[in-house]
Ligand binder design. Sequence first.
Ligand code: NOJ
Length: 526
Amino acid sequence: MNAIIKYFVVIAIVFVYGSDATTTLLNTNSFPPNFTFGVATAAYQIEGAWDEDGKGESIWDRFTHEYPHRISDASTADIACNSYHKYKEDVQLIKALGVDYYRFSISWTRILPTGYLNNINEAGIQYYNNLINELIANGIDPVITIYHWDLPQTLQELGGWPNSELVTHYVNFAKIAFENFGDRVKTWITFNEPKQICKLGYGDGSLAPGYKSSGIGDYRCVYTILKSHAEAYHLYHNQFNTDKQGKVGFTMDNFWYEPGSTSRADEAAVERVFEFYLGIFANPIYGTGDFPQIVKDTVGNRSLLQGFETSRLPTFTTEEVARIKGTADFFGLNFYTAVKIGNNEADLSTVSWDSDAGILYWWDPSWPSAASYWLKVVPYGIRKALKKIKDTYGDHPIIITENGYSDHGELDDYDRVNYYLTYLSSILEAIYEDDVKVVGYTAWSLLDNFEWVHGYVSRFGIHAVDFNDPNRPRTPKLSAKIFSEIVSNRTLRSTTVQAPDYANMNAPSGIMLVVLIALVNLLSRI
Ligand code: NOJ
């Protein structure tokens, strides 16, 4: 027996005996024929080149440079994955995965360095043209997110998203994107995770630009974003979608909300959180055109009781409601985890989004955790959330525009692999058991990248990036291999994968291993 065979037999034995055999059965249905797979990134998180070739300053450039202590490892994305220079290599990684599309965002200040139309940066437009052309030449559809959190600092000087003048500036930017890339890009996402933009950027101040105006500024931000989205949607369909092939959607983040107890109060809190966190965006676009009634009533009443002259929640005019209603061709959903929700007695002394919602949240300690404190592995949550969305807003095509798992950058990322497998299995159940129209799935992320205030501490990539090496080399992780297997088979393997667990090999297995190795040695003499 030659040495190579012997080597593989030993490896196989280690795998069999070095593990305890607990795996989970997965759904064995195939993904439907038109179901597509992709991977995602965002400009600020991967591009680097923060001030090259004419790019202007964004709120994230300012935030990371001015407040390094607010980033876990005091890092910036000045270089990040250096994808501005390495995009061709990235495209080859995407091609090797065999996915249908690549979801990336365009940096506003790379295209409009001042945020205004007075300076259109041809080098920025050229960069995205090069990326788009490279993708298409390699058989990958480009999917553009127009806004993924990197507002021009100049527009922040006007007050940022709470100022509804930003509608005009956003639409000007979107128009440039449609004009320059619309001949080749057919799927557009106007905004990524508006709740995080508003609630964390202008509410509790934990994300850039770091303003604390919860219950006031954050709601004004919601109002501006919904109007901006609707105007961009109409602009695209009226002026650019001449071949009728194009689609525009809106991507919201949503957790699966589970009642903290069986009390009626906690169950009602779950209903409220759904409306305050998702409905506040989804109801205007996919429902009635307006904010959910419970959100309008609660914020309106509390505002008056607190002595405000009018509701802290802006009011849409009848024309605005008509303009916003129905402005999406698909429902973009970023989904990661579940959370427990409890009722929080109304406290009028606090003005904030969460005290309006009247909720508290926490995570069940039995849920396994990823490296991000908020990311618990709860695969059934995605099926339940998908069904709830369908039951509430109707049968829209849903694209899962992000789903992924954070660790500390391991190459043998078994936990990430099993996260993908179990969540995808749950998505298949939503499709086949609950008849939810899920049409696409996007893994977050193609690369380890700058995870906002968590810097490079928690990593979501299916490819590792060595941030200590100036060349930023990329290395596929086990998850890249398994993800590409899923994409090409269009079905999952029958069970989750088992990580070898050398440390916990029990004595009989260890003895068995020695006996088997002796056997292999014996065989090798034959
Ligand atoms: C949501 C955001 O869209 C993305 O930028 C972020 O990195 C991932 N989730 C993981 O937190």
